[in-house]
Design a protein around this ligand. Structure first.
Ligand code: GTQ
Length: 347
């Protein structure tokens, strides 16, 4: 490939004149902007161990009362993006949130889309758009763009969950903001009861329900786990036992920009995942696994661990147990890449 002229080759006076006119020559930066064949990525493979992180989160519970935090979160920041930028990947924000018994995280709504993957504890609820969604381990709760949400905890032990937001993308687009609101009065519905069986949806007066853009707000782990096991038993020929969290009314991704999946690794299974353009986050709901690949230091994910892998990286994901299934929650940027027209799978 032809090497191009550098900035240093240009007379200083010319460079200064261009800068004073808010002009920049392209050619010294062209190869960095459009590198040959594969993009440059800031995202570094990064592993956050729950066992190491948990005590620091509990310490935050002692140091900072809810009134001073609003959301008591330790952000899982990718050093490749600079910790202060609080990104796991270009479009994904990850946070570990703690709610102590009796606490309440006040109602607000914001432009970024969020989901919660519950890690431990029982008895908390997230009220989303007036529906009080129970939060139990492994549940996925959606708080899509613009919907009011608040968290409360009536149980007896700390509750911890993983927040996954498209915040870096929405912030980059200069569209990130929040509005504070009054405590919601929950109405009917707990986010999951209208769509408990696959293939059927509520049909009031035989019309297809279309009034809510996000009709399902809670995906109970007990049901998703059973669906994975049933699928695995029914289809021993399937290589990947994986489910996509979707909007049951539209059949599209559950949210606009990030994709969410539950993967079951059969006992002793190793799965090869091809290089794809999106960055992806892996979180072990149950069990353990190893994620490895060329140029990637192997990451041993214990239960409740979380890691991120940059795009365009082929990986192998191996069940850490020979005798039991491992269940992995995955979040990626595939819906965004499809909308941008840059989604790619390389074999
Ligand atoms: O629970 O609403 O991790 O607004 C970051 C921003 C959680 C939340 C985060 C938020 C929330």
């Amino acid at each position: 490939m032809q090497s191009l002229g550098t900035l240093e080759e240009l007379p200083q006076q010319y460079r200064d004149e261009l800068a004073s006119m808010n002009l920049v020559p392209l050619w010294p930066s062209l190869r960095a902007l459009l590198p040959p064949g594969v993009p440059s990525r800031h995202t570094r493979p990064t592993h956050w161990k729950y066992r190491a992180l948990r005590p620091q989160l509990m310490k935050a519970g002692e140091l900072t009362p809810m009134e001073k935090a609003e959301r008591r979160v330790l952000v899982l920041a990718n050093p490749g993006h600079g910790l202060e930028n609080m990104k796991a990947s270009p479009a994904i924000y990850l946070g570990m949130q703690l709610l102590l018994p009796g606490e309440w995280a006040p109602s607000h709504r914001h432009t970024p889309n969020a989901v919660r993957m519950v890690i431990e504890g029982s008895g908390a609820t997230t009220t989303v758009d007036g529906e009080k969604c129970p939060m139990e381990r492994g549940d996925l709760i959606l708080t899509p763009t613009g919907l009011w949400h608040e968290h409360a905890h009536e149980g007896s032990d700390p509750v911890v969950w993983l927040d996954v937001l498209d915040l870096p993308l929405i912030y980059y687009a200069e569209t990130s903001y929040a509005t504070e609101g009054a405590r919601q009065t929950p109405g009917a519905g707990r986010g999951d009861q209208a769509h408990t069986a696959g293939g059927v949806v509520p049909a009031p007066l035989f019309e297809r329900r279309a009034d809510k853009p996000y009709p399902m707000l809670r995906y109970p782990w007990s049901q998703v786990r059973q669906a994975l096991i049933t699928l695995a038993e029914d289809r021993p020929d399937l290589e990947a036992v994986q489910l996509n969290y979707i909007n049951p009314e539209s059949g599209k991704d559950a949210q606009n920009n990030l994709g969410f999946y539950a993967l079951m690794l059969r006992a002793a299974q190793t799965l090869a995942l091809p290089a794809r353009s999106p960055s992806a986050v892996y979180h072990t709901i149950e069990g353990s696994c190893e994620i490895s690949g060329a140029g990637l230091q192997a990451m041993q994910l214990a239960e409740a661990d979380t890691c991120v892998v940059p795009g365009y990286t082929p990986i192998r994901i191996r069940n850490g147990t020979a005798s039991a299934a491992t269940f992995v929650f995955i979040a990626d940027e595939a819906p965004l890449h499809r909308k941008l027209g840059v989604y790619e799978v390389r074999s």
